[in-house]
Structures are given as structure tokens and as C-alpha cells.
Design a protein around this ligand. Structure first.
Ligand code: PMP
Length: 407
């Protein structure tokens, strides 16, 4: 019998996947906390609020009903698909049928399904950077090539059509859009959204639009849905969303993708061979979430807005840090260039990754270095925590910076 020439235990495709840096930092901070150390963690990408009680109660009730102990259809409970269609038309104005909805194990799974369904070997996917760390990894897993399109702090971390044109190739298939953005908190205004939508139609490209932070926008900012402002995009749009951020339900794992009928039925086939349906009880909780009012998210938004003002001011008060005002989501994305190449009790960071290690070791403050999002020299700080903790953590950071010395 012929043997394989070399033994390779892990497949090349999986060996090339990077660990989620945000989850890794969070795990390290939690491990230090478990040792009894007082760590302030700005790493986590999740609301610090409990899931509203009415939702948890609906789930508890669902647990006791034997009909929920069975499989549901792969695509999700018909009532939930209907509730998602209704919610989408209420919130973004996109009118879709329940058949265009696939319920997935969180938004992340919807993103995986989308790339797996649309991307062929060698297809290029345009991803503005800084980007949420999952996008390029999920593209690579699908056999595609992630193409980073750099943005800058000066232009609010947003891409423009003329920038995008520079990265276009005959293999470009798809553009990834997220507004409000993780990690930058940037929100595209109406004119910017129209310009992007127009560009996509003119170039005949697909778009995956991640709308998971749609309700977390501040001041006059608004999340625009590209296929709503440009209906000619409809046939080439996939919308990603979920209950995680809006209803403080990260752990329940309910998300969805919405798209043209052929894309959704292909993605249902994929899901039927991989994960099947999302937990029945979690789907029942999601129905309660979506059919109920949006008053809990209004309270969370008000709290996030106060925290945003606080963290923005405190960060910019530290010499060497520059942080634009976040417009949505719950992240501040700051330039730390002015803090590099200084001595922190003898340790001299050349990169934001090294600086993040030093800050965790010496100040017991966890931040996610920009390397995780494709931009060295920056860091993402989640402000999904109490104002007291924000003050405590940023004060510690300020003290560490104050004690640092030029080299
Ligand atoms: N999209 C973005 C931009 C996110 O930040 C997240 C969560 N960090 C998700 C999607 C996925 O959320 P989940 O899988 O928890 O639904």
C-alpha cells in the first residue's frame, strides 16, 4: 500500500488559521483574574448586561416543553424566521421573506456560511482594515483570498470608492461592510453609504453587510443598510445579524443570514451537513427577544454613550494616545504610536503587541493590540464595562505611561 509522502498531522488549511486574538487576550486576562489578580479587561466584545429577564424566562419555559427537545428544521423555527423578517423590515427597512432567512449559531457562523457559500478557490474578498479578526480567517477557510484595504485614523477609518478601486482585480467577488464597525466604532453616514452602494453596483460585486451593531449608534449617527439604500444591490447582498449585541445574548448563540433565495438554500444545504439547527430553546428565546420591545437596548445604548464619552476623554488625556470619538458599537480604537519605543521599567515595546503585553503585566490592564485587526500601532478597548472600571483601568494606564521614560 502506498503511504503518504510526509506526515502532516494538521491540515494546511486549518494550520493557517490564526487564533482569535480578542478571545486569547480575554482568556489571559481571565486567567490572571482567576489567580486573584485585579485585572481590568478591555478585551471582551460583549455587553456586560444580563439578558433581559423576559427573554430568559421564555427560554426557561421552553426548556420544559418536550416539543423543544427535538430538532427544528435546519433553517430555524418558522416562527423565528418570520420574526427575523419582520424585525428586519422594522429596523433597517429591508423587506424580505422568511424563506430568505437562515438561523445560525451566532453571527460568526452566519459569516462562515456566507463565505463558504459564495467564495470559490482564489476569489478575492475586499476587507477594509482595521478589520474584525474573523473576516480574513473565514475567507481563507473558504479557499478565498482576503484583500485588505487600508483606512486611516484621519479619514475616520472608512473606505472610499476611489481607495477601493486600487484593490480591485478580475478575481474580486465580494466586499465586506460593517457599520458600526468592530473594531473602530466608525459609522458610515448616508452619503458615504450611497457612494459605497453605487460603487458596488457599478462594479457588479457582492456585499456581505454585517449589521450586528445596528442599534448601538450615538449622537445623530445611524446604521444604513446598503441593499435598502440601493435596491439594485439586493440580488447580491447578504445581511449578517443576530441577537448577541442588541439583547445582551452573546452566550445564546443565535444569529442569521439573509440573502437571495438561491444563496440561502445553498447555505441551508451546507448547514444541514454541518451543525444542523441552532438550539431549539435558544431559538425560542430569540423569538421572545425579537417580538418584544427595544427598550432594553435603549437603556444599554444610553449607558454605552456615557462610557464612550468617558473613555474617549481619558484616553486622549494621556500624552502619546490619539483616539477618535467612536460613533457606534462599544469599542474605542486608539493610536498608541506615541507610546512605543519608550522604557516601561526597562521593557521597551517596538510594537503594539509588545506594548499590550507590558500593559497587562505591569498595569494589569488588558487591551487588544492592533495587530489583531491588521493595523500595528493601535489598540482596541471595549467599553462594555462600568464607568468605575473604565476610570480605574485608564487611570492605571495613565500612571504607567507617566512612569515611562524616553530611551
Ligand atoms: N460581527 C461582528 C462585527 C462582531 O463584532 C461580532 C461579535 N464580536 C459578530 C459579528 C458575531 O457575533 P456572534 O457570533 O456572537 O453572534
Amino acid at each position: 500500500m502506498e503511504t503518504r509522502p510526509t506526515e502532516q498531522r494538521i491540515s494546511t488549511r486549518i494550520a493557517n488559521v490564526a487564533e482569535s486574538a480578542t478571545l486569547a487576550i480575554d482568556a489571559k486576562a481571565k486567567a490572571l483574574k482567576a489567580q486573584g489578580l485585579d485585572v481590568v479587561g478591555f478585551g471582551a466584545g460583549e455587553p456586560d448586561f444580563p439578558t433581559p429577564e423576559r427573554i430568559a424566562r421564555a427560554a426557561a419555559k421552553a426548556c420544559l416543553d418536550p416539543q423543544n427537545h427535538r430538532y427544528t428544521p435546519t433553517a430555524g423555527l418558522p416562527e423565528l424566521r418570520q420574526a427575523i423578517a419582520a424585525k428586519t423590515s422594522r429596523d433597517s427597512g429591508l423587506v424580505v421573506s422568511a424563506a430568505q432567512v437562515l438561523v445560525t449559531n451566532g453571527g460568526k457562523h452566519a459569516i462562515f456560511n456566507t463565505f463558504a457559500t459564495l467564495v470559490d478557490e482564489g476569489d478575492e474578498v475586499l476587507i477594509p482594515s482595521p478589520y474584525w479578526t474573523t473576516y480574513p480567517e473565514a475567507v481563507k477557510l473558504a479557499g478565498g483570498i482576503p484583500v485588505e484595504v487600508p483606512t486611516s485614523l484621519e479619514n475616520g477609518f472608512k473606505v472610499t470608492p476611489s481607495e477601493l478601486d486600487k484593490y480591485l482585480s478580475p478575481r474580486t467577488k465580494l466586499f465586506v461592510h460593517v457599520s458600526p464597525s468592530n473594531p473602530t466604532g466608525a459609522v458610515y453616514d448616508l452619503d458615504e453609504s450611497i457612494a459605497l452602494a453605487q460603487w458596488l453596483v457599478d462594479r457588479d460585486l457582492w456585499v456581505m453587510t454585517d449589521e450586528i451593531y445596528e442599534h448601538l449608534v450615538y449622537d445623530d449617527h445611524k446604521a444604513w443598510s446598503l441593499p435598502v439604500i440601493e435596491p439594485r444591490l439586493l440580488d447580491k447582498s447578504v445581511v449578517i445579524n443576530g441577537v448577541a449585541k442588541t439583547y445582551a445574548m452573546t452566550g445564546w448563540r443565535v444569529g442569521w443570514m439573509i440573502g437571495p433565495a438561491d444563496v440561502i438554500s445553498a447555505a441551508i444545504n451546507l448547514q444541514s451537513q454541518s451543525t444542523s439547527n441552532v438550539s431549539n430553546v435558544a431559538q425560542r428565546a430569540a423569538i421572545e427577544a425579537l417580538e418584544g420591545p427595544l427598550d432594553d437596548v435603549a437603556l444599554m445604548r444610553a449607558a454605552f454613550a456615557r462610557r464612550r464619552t468617558l473613555i474617549h476623554k481619558m484616553l486622549n488625556d494621556i500624552p502619546g494616545i490619539e483616539c477618535p470619538m467612536p460613533e457606534g458599537a462599544f469599542y474605542a480604537y486608539a493610536s498608541l504610536h506615541g507610546l512605543l519605543n519608550r522604557s516601561y521599567h526597562g521593557a521597551v515595546p517596538a510594537t503594539s503587541a509588545e506594548l499590550a503585553e507590558i500593559i497587562l503585566d505591569q498595569a494589569k490592564v488588558a487591551i487588544v493590540p492592533g495587530e489583531a485587526f491588521g493595523t500595528q500601532g493601535y489598540a482596541r478597548l471595549s467599553y462594555a464595562m462600568s464607568e468605575d472600571d473604565i476610570s480605574k483601568g485608564i487611570t492605571r494606564l495613565a500612571e504607567l505611561v507617566e512612569q515611562s521614560e524616553p530611551i
